[in-house]
Design a protein around this ligand. Structure first.
Ligand SMILES: *[C@@H]1O[C@H](CO)[C@@H](O)[C@H](O)[C@H]1NC(C)=O
Ligand SMILES: *[C@@H]1O[C@H](CO)[C@@H](O)[C@H](O)[C@H]1NC(C)=O
Ligand SMILES: *[C@@H]1O[C@H](CO)[C@@H](O)[C@H](O)[C@H]1NC(C)=O
Ligand SMILES: *[C@@H]1O[C@H](CO)[C@@H](O)[C@H](O)[C@H]1NC(C)=O
Ligand SMILES: *[C@@H]1O[C@H](CO)[C@@H](O)[C@H](O)[C@H]1NC(C)=O
Ligand SMILES: *[C@@H]1O[C@H](CO)[C@@H](O)[C@H](O)[C@H]1NC(C)=O
Ligand SMILES: *[C@@H]1O[C@H](CO)[C@@H](O)[C@H](O)[C@H]1NC(C)=O
Ligand SMILES: *[C@@H]1O[C@H](CO)[C@@H](O)[C@H](O)[C@H]1NC(C)=O
Ligand SMILES: *[C@@H]1O[C@H](CO)[C@@H](O)[C@H](O)[C@H]1NC(C)=O
Ligand SMILES: *[C@@H]1O[C@H](CO)[C@@H](O)[C@H](O)[C@H]1NC(C)=O
Ligand SMILES: *[C@@H]1O[C@H](CO)[C@@H](O)[C@H](O)[C@H]1NC(C)=O
Ligand SMILES: *[C@@H]1O[C@H](CO)[C@@H](O)[C@H](O)[C@H]1NC(C)=O
Length: 501
C-alpha cells in the first residue's frame, strides 16, 4: 500500500473513531473537592476522568487525567489549596474556587442554557446546551496538551508559563516566548501553505503528528513519535512543557508514567529564556539535563533556589561609570531571533564585536558568531538568554563592572593550563642549564687534557663539534616559551580597547 493511501485510511479510521466515543453525563450541581481526591467524574469506560490532582503539599489542580493519573487538561495552571472545589453550577457554568472562596477559573457559560456536562472516552469534557449542542468543551479550550481526536486549529494556543504554541493560518507551527520571540517554527512546503483554508493540527492515536486541511489531498506529517504504531493501550499526547519545549509523550494505560517520544527543539539550551535573563544554559558531564548558571561571579542568581530564574549583576553598570569592562565567554552564544535582529546585527570581527558593545551605552552583551557568517550581535537590556557548548565556535562578551571575576571552574582550568606551561618551561630551563654545565665541564676537561698532554689532540677538539650543534637544538626546544609569551601579549592587546574602530 503506498504511504499516502495508508495515511488517508488512517485518517479516515481516526475520523470514524470520533463518532463512537460514548460519554458519561455529569448533572448540574455536581461538585469535586480537593480534600477528597478519590471522587472523580469518569468517562464511560474509565479511560479519562475529571478530578483534583495534587502536586505539592498545598497545590491542587482540577484536571482531566488519563487512566493512571496522567493529566491532559487543567482548568487553570494556578493551583488551589486543599479547601478548593470544582463546581458545575446550576447556572450552567464550571467554576474552580480556592479555599478562600475566590474564583480562580470559570468557563463563563452562565445563561447559555447549559443542561448538563459530559466526559467521553476520548477525554473531552463538554458542556451541553439545549438540544445537546456543545456550548463549551475542553478540546476547544486546551491548556498545555493535545490528545488524539482533538482538533487544534489556528485560533487556539497551548500555554505553559511564558511559553505558547500556535498554528498559523499558513500551517506554520510556532513556539513563542512571552508572546514576542519566536524561537522555533515549522513551516509547510511553500508550494501548499499559502492556500490553506482551515488548517487543523492533529495527533493520531498511533503517534503521528500531522496537519490536515480541506485543500490538502492528504495529511502533511510534522513528526512521528519514536514509538509510532507500536504497542496497544498507549496514549500519545502532545504537550507544551514548562521548559518551553513541545514534546510527544506516550503513556501506557494505568501506568501513570510517561515517556518522551519527540521534542520540537532538540537542544533544550536553544529554548529562549530557559535559564532566565542573563542565565547561561549548558550541559555538564553527569547528566543529559541542562544546567543553568551565571556568566561569572560578577553575577548572582535572582532566586538562589531556582537557577532557571536567571541572574543579575552584583554591581549594576550604572554604578561603576568608567570602569565597565567586557567579560569574555568562550564557546557561548546569546540567542537571537527574528524580531530583534534588524538593529542589533553587524558584520564585524571579534574584537570590534567586543569593543562596539563596550562603547555603546545601551549594549549589555555581544556575541561574535565566528561560524563563517562574520556576524556580531549586540544585545540590549530587554532579556538576554545564553547557552554554552564546547562545540560552539562563538565567543560572547558581557558588560560588567570591573574587575572580571570568572566562574571558579573555568578559572581553575585556566590556572591549571598556565601552571602546566610554567612547569614545562622550568623543565626545559633545568635541562638546558644542566646540559650547558655538563658541556662546559666536558670542554673544560678536554681543554685541560689538550693543554696538559700534546697538541696532537686537535682532532679531539673537532670531536667536540657536536656540542654547539646540540646546544642549538636545545635552543629550538626553548623557543616555545618566548613565542607563547608573544601570543599571550598579542591576545591581551586584542582585548584592550586600544582601537576604537
Ligand atoms: C474505552 O473506549 C475507547 C473509545 O471507545 C476505546 O478506544 C478504548 O479502547 C476503551 N478502553 C477500554 C479499556 O475499554
Ligand atoms: C481514598 O481511597 C484510599 C484507598 O483507595 C483510602 O485509603 C482513603 O482513605 C480514601 N480517602 C478518602 C478521603 O476517602
Ligand atoms: C488560594 O489560596 C491560597 C491561600 O489559602 C493562596 O496561597 C493561593 O495563592 C490561592 N490560589 C490562587 C490561584 O489564587
Ligand atoms: C436559552 O433558552 C431560551 C429559551 O429557551 C432562549 O430564548 C435563549 O435564546 C437561549 N439562549 C441561548 C444562549 O441559547
Ligand atoms: C430548551 O428549549 C426549550 C424550548 O426551545 C425550552 O422549553 C426548555 O425549557 C429548554 N430547556 C432548558 C434546559 O433550557
Ligand atoms: C474534528 O474535526 C473533524 C473534521 O475535520 C470533525 O469531524 C470532528 O468532529 C472534530 N472533532 C471534534 C472533537 O471536534
Ligand atoms: C514580556 O512582555 C511584556 C509586554 O508584552 C513586557 O512588559 C515584559 O517585560 C516582558 N517580560 C520580560 C521578562 O521581558
Ligand atoms: C523558521 O524556520 C526556518 C526553516 O526551518 C528557519 O530558517 C528559521 O530560522 C526559523 N525561524 C525561527 C524564528 O526559528
Ligand atoms: C513561519 O513563521 C515564522 C515566524 O513568524 C517565520 O519566521 C517564517 O518565515 C515562517 N515560515 C514561512 C515559510 O513562512
Ligand atoms: C514540496 O512539495 C512538492 C510537491 O508536493 C515537492 O515536489 C517538493 O519536493 C516539496 N519541497 C520540499 C522542500 O519539501
Ligand atoms: C492558490 O489558489 C489559487 C486559486 O485558488 C491558485 O491560483 C494558486 O495557484 C494557488 N497557489 C498555490 C501556491 O497553490
Ligand atoms: C552537574 O549538574 C548537577 C545537577 O544537574 C550538579 O549537581 C553538579 O554539581 C554538576 N556538576 C558540575 C561539574 O557542574
Amino acid at each position: 500500500m503506498p504511504p499516502e493511501t495508508s495515511q488517508l485510511s488512517l485518517t479516515l479510521l481516526s475520523l470514524t473513531l470520533l463518532f463512537i466515543f460514548s460519554s458519561a453525563t455529569i448533572p448540574l450541581g455536581s461538585t469535586l473537592y480537593a480534600s477528597n481526591l478519590n471522587v472523580s467524574w469518569p468517562s464511560p469506560n474509565g479511560t479519562f476522568s475529571v478530578s483534583f490532582i495534587q502536586d505539592g503539599p498545598s497545590a491542587f489542580f482540577a484536571a482531566i487525567s488519563y487512566a493512571g493519573g496522567v493529566p491532559v487538561w487543567k482548568a487553570s495552571q494556578r493551583a488551589v489549596d486543599s479547601s478548593g472545589s470544582f463546581h458545575l453550577l446550576s447556572s450552567g457554568t464550571l467554576r474552580l474556587v480556592n479555599g478562600s472562596g475566590a474564583t480562580v477559573w470559570d468557563s463563563n457559560t452562565e445563561n447559555r442554557n447549559v443542561s448538563s456536562a459530559s466526559i467521553d472516552d476520548s477525554g473531552n469534557l463538554v458542556l451541553l446546551g439545549n438540544n445537546s449542542v456543545s456550548v463549551w468543551s475542553s478540546f476547544d479550550h486546551p491548556s498545555d496538551t493535545i490528545v488524539p481526536s482533538q482538533n487544534f486549529t489556528n485560533r487556539k494556543a497551548l500555554e505553559s508559563g511564558k511559553y505558547s504554541f500556535t498554528l498559523l493560518q499558513s500551517g506554520n507551527l510556532t513556539l513563542k516566548w512571552n508572546n514576542s520571540i519566536i524561537y522555533w517554527n515549522n513551516s509547510l512546503n511553500s508550494s501548499i501553505e499559502s492556500n490553506l483554508t482551515s488548517p487543523v493540527l492533529r495527533l493520531q492515536s498511533i503517534g503521528i503528528l500531522s496537519i490536515v486541511d480541506p485543500t490538502l489531498p492528504s495529511a502533511v506529517i510534522v513528526a512521528y513519535s519514536s514509538d509510532y504504531a507500536e504497542g496497544s493501550d498507549i496514549l500519545r499526547f502532545l504537550k507544551l512543557d514548562t521548559d518551553g519545549n513541545l514534546r510527544i509523550y506516550s503513556s501506557a494505560r494505568g501506568s501513570g508514567t510517561t515517556t518522551k517520544r519527540w521534542a520540537a527543539v532538540t537542544d533544550q539550551c536553544q529554548v529562549f529564556g530557559y535559564c532566565g535573563n542573563m542565565g547561561i544554559c549548558s550541559y555538564n558531564d553527569t547528566g543529559s539535563d541542562p544546567v543553568c548558571g551565571c556568566p561569572s561571579q560578577n553575577f548572582e542568581l535572582v532566586d538562589a533556589n531556582d537557577s532557571k530564574q536567571g541572574c543579575k549583576r552584583k554591581v549594576e553598570i550604572e554604578d561603576c561609570p568608567g570602569s565597565a569592562t567586557m567579560l569574555e565567554l568562550p564557546h557561548t552564544k546569546f540567542l537571537t531571533f527574528a524580531p530583534e535582529l534588524t538593529s542589533q546585527v553587524f558584520f564585524v570581527g571579534i574584537s570590534a564585536c567586543r569593543l562596539n558593545c563596550l562603547v555603546t551605552g545601551s549594549c549589555v552583551a555581544s556575541t561574535s558568531l565566528s561560524d563563517g557568517t562574520g556576524l556580531c550581535y549586540l544585545k540590549t537590556p530587554d532579556f538576554v538568554s545564553g547557552f554554552e557548548n564546547p562545540a560552539l565556535p562563538s565567543t560572547s562578551y558581557v558588560k560588567v563592572c570591573g574587575p572580571v571575576l570568572p566562574n571558579p571552574s573555568s578559572n581553575m582550568q585556566v590556572l591549571d593550563d598556565r601552571k602546566s606551561w610554567r612547569l614545562r618551561a622550568w623543565i626545559v630551563v633545568v635541562v638546558v642549564v644542566a646540559t650547558l654545565l655538563v658541556l662546559v665541564a666536558l670542554e673544560g676537561g678536554l681543554w685541560y687534557c689538550c693543554c696538559r698532554n700534546s697538541p696532537k689532540f686537535g682532532a679531539s677538539a673537532s670531536a667536540s663539534a657536536p656540542a654547539p650543534s646540540s646546544s642549538s637544538s636545545l635552543q629550538i626546544g626553548v623557543s616555545p616559551l618566548p613565542s607563547d609569551r608573544n601570543l599571550e601579549r598579542a591576545s591581551s592587546s586584542l582585548l584592550r580597547p586600544s582601537n576604537p574602530n
